[in-house]
Design a protein around this ligand. Sequence first.
Ligand code: ZN
Length: 471
Amino acid sequence: MPRAGAWKPLLARIRGPYYDPWESVSEPERRRAIAARLDEYVRHARTLTFYRKRLAGYKKGAEHPLERVPPLGSSDLRKLLPPKSRRLLVSGERGCSVFQSGGTTGEPKSALFSHEELEALALPNARGFYACGLRSGDRVANLFAVGGLYMTFLHIHRMLQEFGCVNFPFSNHTPPDFVRGAAKAFRINCIAGIASVAVDCLRGMAKLGLEGIRIDKLYYGGEHLYDSEKEELKRKFDIRTILAPGYGTVDTWYIGYQCMKCPTGVFHAHDDQTYMEIVDEGSGRHCAAAPYGSGITSPSGDGASQSAAAEAGMLYATPFPRRLTPVVRCRVGDRASWLREPCPCGRATPLFRLLGRGDDVLRIGYDSIDYAHVQKAAGGVKGLLSAVQMEKRRVAGKDQLVVRAESEAPPSRRKALAKTLAERIVRDRPTLRRLAAEGSVWPVRVEILPQGGIPRSARTGKLARVIDALR
Ligand SMILES: [Zn+2]
């Protein structure tokens, strides 16, 4: 039995201004440590037959040691992991948790975490939350997804316990009126959850009235929140801090975290946890850090900075703590670019900018429509909420872009809102406009739905932002 009073919250163990010493390790020292970790991890992965041949191109000591190693895609992982195969398993399945992802489209994909690995997630998780201003006095509503083999809620719960916060394990399944009741009774000041779930919950609470409730911190993950959405939240709910404490995937590990100085889309790399590469897949070349001025000092902030486009590539991750199923060079599916400048917060962990899903693009005719473009257009239409979905349809042999947005406006105003949004979407898209005028694609179709009208995933509450039935 533990002695009463022997337990100390994690924060009581912090020495120095940051969560842990790694955040202030010098550049040469961090390079050496990362190279050693990568080398050890490659040796561990080579114990599997699958990696022996695949890692033949690993070049110890090179600037980019994994340059000649083929990346692992989602479909590879599906084929290599249980229930399909055990080729990526170092030992038996005992003592681990099985999670699944990607259930909304196609076949789900498994991820196996040993209990030690789940415990080890507390470090990057807590590092991110600490950098984003979470403190032990905070009273936190955990709205992350639980059930259906989903992972996040579990380790956020664990971290909140460690942090010594007052913890409210609601999950994504609790209706807003219930959260509102508890928020009032227990003075909850902080909400943590998947972006769309947290935002929907706040809106649902606001409909019922926010008197006696004061939420000053919103921590989100799982999806991106754009500046237009953040501004709306700050204005409507008077929230001061809206940040993403952890960016990562269940296939890999935590990859990045924000701090109080990070603009939207900019993250510190957890470079002691995950070996991160940004690769231009056209040339196979590693991307250099973005030129000065496109980084943290730039207020572009919508996660889709054009100035950094030349240096953008696909993000590959090699997560050192994943021992049970080693994952070398996983193609995460997001585009990113390195930033050259150090962060004004003083942390030495390097910065990168996330530029959205590599597949958040629909090809309409021969124009490529980026989700960020549609989101930005919707953000500029007064009366629309932030939930937006775009879909590619094929009707009578021609492409059509269908955009769905939500609004609290009465049904009589929806037609006008749809027209305004459709105009804004094509305004800066001369190619799309011309294709529609020529009749080679259908005009953009905008559907305005009431709040919550765009279907969410039953398992996670996430909104399917981009649908391509033809993919
Ligand atoms: Zn920082």
